[in-house]
Design a protein around this ligand. Structure first.
Ligand code: 13P
Length: 329
């Protein structure tokens, strides 16, 4: 890809998202997932309560000290805070970049024994144009793999979709966050996860290259390489070493930043993995967080839909963001 003012801007945005001791807050749960999580805390799920919860997160005092960008789903991106500002406009005032999840979720991949493929390419160019005009600096697309069902075919099909998404984002001046998630849930061991993660990443970077995606203008959002949740007790140092080995072999050094998902790991563990990874100082990329649950679970439980709990919920969010940001040093 030739270097133009646009590609330079993409690279600047990608670096801004992943460096400087800050990371990304993933608050882009779909309407269905967010509603389930709200109901789990005894909150009646509605457009308003989903907005109130995302407003609580965005307006937590001091958020911009540790958070470079926030990802929302389409519903939140188009909503207004109670003071009538849109979410992207409120983020811009804080110095936080606005992100939008643009995939439409997963469906079973025919011809496989249980693998999934992520959809959302139809009309994507038009949607990206609209999001860019409304202040989106970056986007996210998540491919989902299970260690027990990933195959070269499912890795390839999902990688092709990620590459088409990434190329379209860059055409619209939006930095693509490229997320091939190997799920932590399962009974697999560390080596199985490493094999699956390599398969997903190898296919991804092959397809990104074929689609002429400018690697200096993307953010990679991978999983930590771990055994299945609760399966095998390994140290954070071991997770970091294996994760680093996989990334070093699969991710070109031109990628400016890697922002990990938390994957259902407890906050302490996710932060310990990130801290141990950053202690390996030979990595060519910035490594930070793009956590969802590890940042927000405490805030949601503390809030429980009660206005009187907003301040304490915001403090819980900020405490987790500070722990994650401290792990980027
Ligand atoms: P978790 O950190 O909760 O895994 O979510 C991150 C994310 O955005 C998954 O797509």
């Amino acid at each position: 890809m030739t270097v133009t003012a646009q590609t330079r801007d993409l690279a600047t945005t990608a670096r801004r998202l992943t460096s400087g001791g800050r990371g990304i807050l993933a608050a882009d749960e779909s309407i269905a997932t967010m509603s389930t999580r709200l109901e789990g805390e005894g909150v009646v799920a509605s457009e308003t309560t989903r907005r109130d919860y995302r407003q609580l997160l965005l307006t937590a005092p001091g958020l911009a000290r540790t958070v470079s960008g926030v990802i929302w789903c389409d519903e939140t991106f188009g909503q207004q805070l109670t003071d009538a500002r849109t979410f992207p406009a409120a983020a811009a005032e804080l110095g936080v970049l606005a992100g939008i999840k643009v995939d439409t979720g997963t469906v079973p991949l025919p011809g496989t024994a249980g693998a999934l493929v992520t959809e959302g390419l139809d009309g994507l160019g038009e949607r990206l144009g609209s999001y860019a005009a409304r202040g989106a600096a970056f986007a996210k697309w998540r491919a989902v793999f299970d260690v027990s069902t990933i195959s070269p075919y499912s890795a390839r099909v999902n990688a092709q979709a990620l590459a088409r998404y990434a190329a379209l984002c860059q055409l619209h001046g939006i930095v693509p966050v490229v997320e091939p998630e190997v799920l932590a849930a399962g009974a697999h061991d560390l080596v199985d996860c490493a094999v699956a993660t390599r398969m997903a990443l190898d296919a991804l970077f092959d397809e990104l290259q074929q689609a002429d995606v400018d690697l200096t203008g993307i953010v990679l959002k991978p999983n930590f390489v771990t055994p299945g949740l609760g399966c095998q007790d390994v140290s954070a140092r071991t997770v970091a070493t294996v994760t680093h080995d996989v990334l070093r072999d699969c991710v070109p050094a031109t990628v400016p930043g890697i922002a990990f998902l938390s994957g259902g790991h407890p906050t302490d563990d996710a932060c310990a993995f990130l801290r141990a990874l950053n202690a390996i100082d030979t990595a060519p990329w910035a490594m930070t967080f793009s956590f969802g649950r590890a940042l927000v679970n405490d805030a949601l439980a503390t809030w429980a839909g009660q206005p009187a709990n907003v301040t304490r919920a915001q403090q819980a969010l900020i405490a987790n963001c500070e722990r994650a940001a401290a792990a980027t040093a």
